[in-house]
Design a protein around this ligand. Structure first.
Ligand SMILES: [Zn+2]
Length: 326
């Protein structure tokens, strides 16, 4: 390949070392550009629900690659010296994604300096010594395990890994007690599945529920059958199509959007409604009304409240505490 077999030992090693140097410089540029595109919110207008969605669907990065690069790019917006340290080979991408939650701290320069040249394990130990937690991404992983009671057979399971609050632990423990008759084993799998089924039964529009209409400010109501029709037509996904023809497809933070705003005479017919994710609903509001579209924004916020949509930012972001002036 590329004449590798014809190279002398010295030439081969020189090319390898040059390649790594070039790769670091390319990564430096990539992260700087990604951070700027993220800051400008360019990717929403192209039909992607987030920078993460763009990295996975358009750039074909794996979810893990996308997560690390976005985490590093955002951290570098606050601490540009991270990019220089990466280009010089003093910090790896994995190292930066570990210290990223702490880049807004007053002592971030010291943390960055102490992380240089360290392995992931050494960085975790350093953060632990400062009583700081490294960044950790929620992970779901398919695993094949031995099937109980069937020698030699295997079955597919899903392994979950995430950090929760003590409040979550206490709530799960209480639910485990309440489900003790239904789930005598009390395994986390059984308990969480029961919670999930109960939630979906009551809230998933694809199950034919809910029957409630969605009231909006001013007494306007979207009938339940219209909402179900819109949901079915849009396939339970964001219907936004970007400037290059890419459809968003996000299933998260979905909201009913009036194509022609009610303030402009738009009605509650299925033809004037569509599903939009939070990012694209906000993007459309800015496009139609400008940044100062406060009145319609208030209506939109009221709709969100009535829909009970969860509010959670999907992409990684730096944590606290933060300096008054980073
Ligand atoms: Zn969307």
């Amino acid at each position: 390949m590329d004449g590798a077999k014809d190279l002398s030992d010295e030439q081969l090693l020189t090319r390898l070392e040059n390649f790594v140097d070039e790769e670091r410089l390319r990564l430096h540029s990539f992260l700087a550009w990604l951070g700027e595109a993220d800051r400008r919110k360019l990717l929403e207008r192209r039909g992607y629900s987030s920078t993460f969605d763009y990295c996975v669907r358009c750039l074909k990065l794996s979810e893990d690659e996308a997560y690390r690069r976005i985490t590093a790019a955002r951290a570098a917006v606050t601490r540009p010296e991270l990019l220089s340290a990466m280009a010089a080979g003093q910090l790896s991408l994995a190292a930066v994604s570990r210290i990223a939650p702490h880049v807004r701290r007053c002592d971030a320069p010291e943390i960055i300096a102490r992380a240089e040249g360290k392995s992931k394990r050494q960085i975790d130990e350093m953060l632990a010594s400062l009583q700081l937690a490294p960044a950790k991404r929620d992970v779901t992983r398919i695993v094949s395990v031995a099937a109980p009671g069937e020698p030699g057979a295997t079955e597919i399971r899903v392994e979950f890994s995430f950090r929760g609050s003590p409040a979550l632990r206490d709530a799960i423990e209480r639910i485990r007690q309440l489900l003790s008759h239904k789930c005598p084993g009390g395994g986390m799998d059984e308990v969480l599945l029961e919670i999930a089924r109960d939630y979906l039964k009551r809230h998933d529009p694809q199950k034919g529920l809910p029957g409630r209409a969605a009231p909006a400010k001013g007494g306007s109501v979207i009938p339940a059958d219209v909402r179900r029709a819109v949901w079915a037509r849009d396939g339970g996904r964001c219907a936004y199509v970007g400037t290059t023809g890419v459809r968003c497809l996000s299933r998260r933070f979905l909201e009913m959007d009036h194509v022609r705003p009610r303030a402009h005479g738009g009605g509650n017919s299925a033809g004037n409604l569509r599903l939009l994710c939070r990012a694209h609903n906000d993007s459309e509001r800015r496009r139609i009304l400008g940044e100062g579209g406060g009145a319609i924004w208030a209506l939109s916020a009221a709709r969100r409240e009535n829909h009970g949509s969860p509010v959670r930012k999907p992409d990684p972001r730096p944590g606290s505490p933060r300096c008054a002036s980073p």
